[in-house]
Design a protein around this ligand. Structure first.
Ligand code: OOG
Ligand code: NI
Length: 447
């Protein structure tokens, strides 16, 4: 083919189109974007060092376009087709998340770019959950849900044709790529009419609110789109002033000198008017808003320590006391880049400075980078966490399902079944971070 659009270009266009659509659908999302932009600007103005660090790590440019969204699908075919669609945008399934332990009848993966250049350009991610119909305990209702799902096609015929064309040609022309973005967007659009009557909706809703959300609509509407902030505590405290009511507590680790993993908060799902098949009308709550702050990716050792401390801390009732308690518990987690590196708790990307480059021949494979860092030849940048956290995700789901967790705590992870539905294994997030660190060491001559 003469000229094809790159996967990165398609993903960039798609994430912008998705953001524009969601802004129209949920005006509060636009307010949230404005709030996050204001806070980020203030943080950068007050922290020239952070500004410089982000610029050096090539993270400043992506900050303004960085979003993640979430969708929920009902069948293996839908999941496998999404996998094809996202691959065209350079997004691949990373990680397996079992939410059934938290009483949510789904399991999930995150579609996202994986290589350095693609992440730097636009790290758009979609947290994608597959409904586990086997967790509906009434067999008649389970069959009914399966029959309803089997009747729908969440992809437009043209979108399917363009995916086939992509595979045949090995790419899409710019015109085809733009058409593909428009057609793909339709899968994620909100529909205020259901495919089922009110009784069916209510019966499924009674089983679990999420089941009604997945089964009763013609598409898999995007349920939130999340911008990245540099100061989530500040955003949380300003939300009320912007007319947004936040969930009670910020999920994830506490505030730190070196931010860890991922901290998230959200606003409550909206109650939106829907019309049911037949004549009845009512409301449905599914779509909400969320913001996040991203920190360094942890090694398996660091992650084990994080998981232990988080469960030790438990969940507080109000944000202030929860954060203070978390701060105290996380004293056991080293909080400097040096200690995180020295103890092998986090991943870093190594780069040669100009004077390091001038002394390349003095650096040998296998050398400890620390003396070179002290001499100013090498800099080590924390690698940003690009994934999600199951405990946080469960907290986000729950705050948008009306509070209390519901009783589906079968808690049986089923990665094999998920990968069979997906049609391929999910990538291991730890390997991706480890490879990124190793690639950077090799570039410096340290490996
Ligand atoms: C997904 C909730 C999880 C996150 O950021 O952890 C999530 C959903 O509600 O479908 O988006
Ligand atoms: Ni989210």
């Amino acid at each position: 083919m003469a000229h094809t659009l790159s996967a990165d270009d398609i993903r960039e266009d798609f994430s912008q189109a998705m953001s524009a659509m969601y802004q129209q659908e949920v005006p509060q999302y636009g307010t949230l974007l404005a709030l996050v932009a204001d806070v980020n600007l203030a943080v950068l103005e007050n922290n020239p060092r952070l500004h410089e660090q982000l610029a050096n790590a090539d993270e400043l440019a992506r900050l303004n376009v960085e979003r993640h969204g979430a969708i929920r699908v009902g069948t293996a075919q839908e999941l496998a087709t999404l996998c094809r669609m996202f691959a065209i945008m350079g997004m691949y399934p990373v990680g397996y998340y079992d939410l059934s332990v938290a009483g949510v009848p789904v399991h999930s993966t995150a579609f996202r770019p994986v290589d350095d250049a693609a992440l730097q350009r636009n790290p758009f991610r979609i947290f994608t959950s597959l409904l586990r119909l086997e967790l509906i305990d009434d067999p008649a209702l389970r069959d009914k849900a399966a029959r309803i799902l089997a009747r729908r096609d969440i992809f437009t015929p043209r979108c399917r044709a363009l995916m086939a064309l992509h595979d045949e040609q090995g790419g899409l022309t710019p015109a085809q790529g733009q058409e593909f973005v428009r057609e793909a967007l339709e899968t994620f659009r909100w529909h205020h009419h259901t495919t089922v009557d009110k009784e069916t909706y209510q019966a499924l809703h009674q089983q679990h609110r999420l089941i009604a959300d997945v089964v009763c609509f013609p598409g898999c509407h995007i349920n939130h789109l999340t911008p990245r902030t540099l100061d989530i505590d500040q955003v949380q405290s300003l939300m009320a002033k912007y007319g947004i009511e936040p969930k009670a507590v910020i999920e994830g680790p506490p505030r730190r000198a070196v931010p860890l993993l991922l901290r998230q908060t959200s606003f409550k799902a909206l109650e939106e008017p829907v019309s049911f098949a037949g004549d009845a009308s009512g409301t449905h709550t599914a779509r909400f808003g969320e913001i996040e702050q991203r920190g360094v990716a942890l090694t398996p050792k660091g992650r084990a320590l994080y998981d232990r401390l988080l469960s030790e801390a438990g969940v507080g009732k109000d944000n202030l006391s929860h954060q203070q308690h978390l701060q105290a518990v996380f004293k056991a987690f080293p909080d400097s880049e040096f200690l995180l590196r020295q103890q092998g708790l986090a991943w870093f990307r190594y780069r040669l400075t100009p004077s390091g480059d001038a002394h390349r021949q003095a650096i040998r494979p296998g050398d400890d980078p620390q003396p070179f860092i002290e001499r100013g030849w090498v800099i080590a940048q924390p690698i940003t966490y690009e994934d999600f956290l199951p405990v946080s995700a469960a907290g986000i789901f729950q705050s948008n399902l009306g509070g209390e967790s519901q009783t589906h705590s079968h808690g049986n992870a089923s990665r094999g079944a998920f990968e069979t539905a997906l049609g391929r294994p999910v990538l291991n997030e730890f390997s991706l971070y480890e490879e990124a660190e190793m690639r950077s060491k090799r570039r410096c001559g340290l490996l």
